[in-house]
Design a protein around this ligand. Structure first.
Ligand code: WT7
Length: 649
């Protein structure tokens, strides 16, 4: 049976108790949203959110595309995620932490409350962090990272988490863009049995800039020696014990910013995606209930890092708002061997497992039969996110990991969408592998042309979200013009700008949506988003470089890899060019920006007006035949030379 053609029906035993248990139930919800959009959202907002003061309007479109949801409502996300559960879930495990070296710590909702209250008091009273202040987190995957996030939400501070793989330069840029007041970090943590360090990256960032930072709070995790800047650096472990165990939370407005998260776009500078309080937490919680079908005794594991949106929404905010047990893992799923993840599923009786196709491909390659060595019968739902999942990976995930019993939810969404947008519902949607299927109830997607015409079945087009939704991006921090330009200026429908995702997609005869991939200059390496312009800007900082062009090349495990063409200035570097440029990328952006291919070429293919013909460079990187007319190039012979160089590489 070919995986591509076969349709996988929901497991009837599972569907029986599922939150949305049939396509009829799906359509009932979706039709309600189509008929009465605000009424649909009002019903869920009233049911799910612990409002501390009522909102007066569901959706305010008067200043589109700066949409507002649940205006004038008051709530607090740390209350939604912790306090309101204490009546009946105080002794339930909120966070199940497993360290790299295998130690396990179970933190109940009551203990979580204590940690978060203390940390909130620490920030508020020792460091004068006020509502609206920005706090940067540069942290490993340890429980204190969760406490820090929730402590910020408690006092109304806006956190901005910078993934630990970013360099000091990237960290500095993000601190400066957000004008943050405090950095919370750790000495380091453990990975693959060894300590690694983070604090020194913060030190370097603050040597280079980041003037707005008044204090650095350091959690001791691995106790490796670190430098200490007197007056600036503070020891979390020493200060936290004496903090009062109760910290009253701020009453936050529905639209107050909850957090910033920087992501790459098609220009050189990363964008500070700004999320809201009420709309974000509502959808985080609802998608836990619909897509992951969370039940009382479930143990939910999302393998992302908290430095990405997946970690925000599906390790911390969604699971805790839904009152579930969320697994937080410090290490990597391939250490000490390719069975680590499956051993964790067995040990903790994990019910939902959520990861990226790149991780599935790696685990598959390293240990095809490894899942069979463990008891994985607790699993009900398997999730994937970040990039399209290819048929072999899908099949292995479904058959070998899920024992042909678990629905695979292929969730399409983005940093900007806050939560899932298109995904199968595990108890309802007949699944076509590799296909994100249908928009969730309440979400209106359309596949359009640039002039807003709806594409016919099997015609690829631009994936747009045509109505605002509660968890959508609210702004780009400090740059409202860029917000409008990046998301609401490419596609107009019926005279109104609609949200364009940057992805291409296609719908089949049955309405199933398949994601084709980015149509802009953003590439996806192991599920991490990188802007080619951002990489080019970093490479250009090197004095030896005259010209640079960055494209992507398909990669067996990573999905895509970075391919760089470089024209050097007069004279040359007496170093290996690949090593040299990768050093530049590591220091400007971080390890995640390392390129697999870097080739020196005599020139770039340009039109007579000087425009770089990137399509030619993309074809060469993919080793595809060049179909474009190259006779109009300024110097057509350059193409042959580039092809030769690329083949040698
Ligand atoms: C981009 C968003 C959302 C969390 C992870 C990445 C791609 C995401 C899928 C999927 C095909 C996907 C898109 C999207 N993407 N999920 N299920 N199938 N592609 O978040 O860094 O904001 O990247 O990831 O291209 O635009 P992100």
């Amino acid at each position: 049976m070919s995986t591509e053609k076969h349709i996988y029906q929901p497991n009837p035993k599972f569907a029986k108790d599922a939150a949305i248990n049939s396509m009829d139930a799906y359509w009932k919800l979706q039709n309600k949203a189509i008929e009465d959009y605000e009424g649909f959202w009002k019903g869920f907002a009233d049911e799910k959110i612990d409002w501390l003061s009522a909102y007066n309007k569901v959706l305010d479109e008067s200043n589109a595309p700066f949409y507002k949801w649940f205006t004038e409502g008051r709530l607090n996300v740390s209350n939604q995620c912790i306090d309101r559960h204490l009546a009946d879930k105080a002794h339930k495990t909120a966070i199940l932490f497993e360290g790299d070296r295998g130690e396990v710590e179970e933190i109940t909702y009551a203990q979580l409350a204590l940690h978060v209250n203390r940390m909130a008091n620490l920030l508020r009273h020792e460091f004068n962090v006020q509502k609206g202040d920005r706090v940067v987190l540069y942290m490993p995957m340890i429980p204190e990272a969760a406490y820090a996030m929730l402590a910020c939400t408690r006092i109304g501070a806006v956190h901005s988490i910078v993934f630990g793989g970013f360099s000091s330069e990237a960290l500095k840029d993000r601190i400066e863009d957000a004008e943050a007041k405090v950095v919370i970090t750790a000495d380091g943590a453990y990975r693959k049995g060894k300590p690694y360090m983070l604090k020194q990256v913060v030190d370097a960032a603050l040597e280079q800039g980041g003037e707005s930072i008044e204090a650095v709070i350091v959690v001791k995790r691995n106790n490796e020696p670190i430098e200490w800047v007197e007056g600036r650096d503070h020891n979390y472990n020493a200060l936290i014990e004496s903090q009062h165990s109760e910290c009253p939370f701020e009453l936050m407005d529905s639209e107050d910013p909850l957090f910033l998260l920087y992501t790459s776009g098609s220009t050189g500078k990363p964008k500070g995606v700004q999320h809201s309080t009420a709309g974000y937490i509502l959808w985080a919680q609802m998608t836990m209930e619909w897509v992951f079908d969370i039940k009382d005794d479930d143990v939910f594991w999302c393998t992302a890092d908290i430095g990405w949106i997946t970690g925000h929404t599906y390790i911390i905010y969604g699971p805790l708002a839904a009152g579930t047990t969320t697994v937080m893992f410090e290490g990597v799923p391939t250490y000490p061997d390719a069975g680590r993840a499956w051993k964790m599923v067995q040990d903790h009786k994990i019910t939902q497992f959520y990861t990226a196709p790149t991780a599935i491909r790696v685990l598959h390659k390293m240990g095809e039969d490894e899942p069979k060595k463990y008891d994985l019968s607790s699993l009900k739902i398997l999730g994937t996110v970040g990039e399209p999942i290819d048929p072999p990976a899908w099949k292995w995930y479904y058959e070998t990991v899920g024992n042909s019993n678990c629905a695979i939810v292929d969730t399409w969404w983005q940093t900007e969408t806050g939560g899932h947008i298109i995904s199968p519902l595990p108890g309802a949607t007949p699944i076509k592998p590799g296909c994100a299927t249908f928009p969730l109830p309440g979400i209106m997607t359309e596949i359009l042309s640039y002039d807003g015409v709806v594409k016919k079945a099997s015609e690829p087009g631009l994936l747009c979200i045509t109505k605002p939704w509660p968890s959508m991006i609210r702004n780009i921090w400090g740059d409202p013009e860029r917000y409008v330009k990046a998301y609401f200026s490419d596609v107009e429908k019926d005279g109104k700008a609609v949200y364009f995702s940057g992805d291409g997609a296609v719908q089949d005869e049955d309405g199933y949506i398949t994601i084709v991939g980015r149509v802009d200059d953003v590439i996806n390496v192991s599920g991490h988003r990188m802007g080619t312009a951002e990489i080019e800007a970093a490479v250009k900082k090197d004095d030896h470089v005259a010209e640079v062009a960055v494209v992507s090349r398909p990669h067996e495990l990573k999905g895509e890899s970075i391919f760089i063409y470089i024209v050097l200035k007069e004279g040359h570097i007496n170093k290996n060019i690949k090593e040299h440029i990768n050093e530049v990328l590591c220091s400007e952006i971080g390890n995640i920006a390392k390129a697999d291919h870097i080739i020196e070429v005599p020139g770039l293919p340009k039109t007579r007006s000087g425009k770089i013909m990137r399509r030619i460079l993309r074809s060469i990187a993919k080793d595809e035949e060049i179909t474009q007319d190259i006779s109009t190039l300024e110097d057509p012979s350059i193409v042959e030379e580039i092809i030769k160089k690329a083949r040698e590489a």
